[in-house]
Ligand binder design. Structure first.
Ligand SMILES: NC(=O)c1ccc[n+]([C@@H]2O[C@H](COP(=O)([O-])OP(=O)(O)OC[C@H]3O[C@@H](n4cnc5c(N)ncnc54)[C@H](O)[C@@H]3O)[C@@H](O)[C@H]2O)c1
Length: 221
């Protein structure tokens, strides 16, 4: 089984590579990652020791090199973790989010269609559904919840999801899409909500409250 994991030098992708290497030691895994500010090659140090692992530095939006890689490797499975993923950065500069998250996904889908894969999995986010009211803990998101993006980041992820689904409808590309909630754990980049809050709380610094435009001190509302 030949698996392409994009964005594998990032937080979730690197954890996934280690999970796959342990669970399926015979699988040949290729990690394609542009090593943006969010990518950390060092987290893959142990993965690199396996002979059936290859790291390729490259941009998923670079059609020529992505197609070349698919031709060389003949992947069975593609799992697309690669994305610009920080909401605040998307508010400052939406364009790079559209290039990486939408156009990058399209290039991968085109390559998967051209060379054929058994499964293309798009890693998305529950942020595509927007927010639930804080006083309604009985509510939750389902696959049928309408999309209600509230940032360029979530809009770019929702666009990539719709595009992915359209490749199933139009070309019968075997796809799946997951929309997980916030993750936390090893290799988490410190700008993200959970590590940011924990680190700031440890140093007794103000905690940013998103959507309210104020900085709130520890313990106050
Ligand atoms: N972190 C979360 O809690 C969370 C929650 C829901 C969904 N997600 C989704 O999971 C995926 C992984 O999230 P993460 O937190 O690990 O992100 P991350 O920012 O830690 O890692 C992203 C990785 O993608 C790479 N990358 C970015 N643009 C690229 C491009 N154009 N070409 C190739 N590589 C590129 C970066 O170098 C980095 O290694 C993303 O698609 C994100 O939208 C994350």
């Amino acid at each position: 089984m030949k698996v392409l994991i994009t964005g594998g030098a990032g937080f979730i992708g690197s954890n996934f590579i280690y999970y796959m290497q342990e669970k399926y030691p015979d699988y040949y895994i290729v990690c394609l990652d542009a090593l943006t500010y969010a990518g950390n090659f060092e987290t893959l140090e142990h993965a690199m020791k396996k002979s059936n692992f290859r790291f390729v530095k490259g941009n998923i939006a670079d059609r020529e090199s992505v197609f070349k890689l698919f031709e060389e490797e003949g992947f069975n499975i593609v799992i697309n973790f690669a994305a610009e993923s920080h909401v605040d950065r998307s508010i400052k500069d939406p364009e790079i989010f559209l290039k990486a998250n939408v156009l990058g996904t399209q290039v991968l889908l085109d390559a998967a269609k051209e060379y054929g894969v058994d499964r293309f999995h798009q890693v998305s986010t529950d942020e595509v559904y927007g927010e639930l009211p804080i006083d309604r803990p009985d509510l939750f998101f389902t696959e049928d919840t309408p999309l209600q993006c509230s940032s360029p980041y979530s809009a770019s992820k929702a666009s990539a999801d719709l595009l992915t689904f359209s490749y199933y409808k139009t070309y019968k590309l075997p796809i799946s899409i997951s929309r997980c909630s916030n993750n936390y754990g090893p290799y988490h980049f410190p700008e993200k909500l959970i590590p940011l809050m924990i680190t700031r709380a440890l140093y007794e610094q103000p905690l940013p409250v998103y959507g309210m435009g104020i900085m709130c001190g520890i313990g106050c509302m």
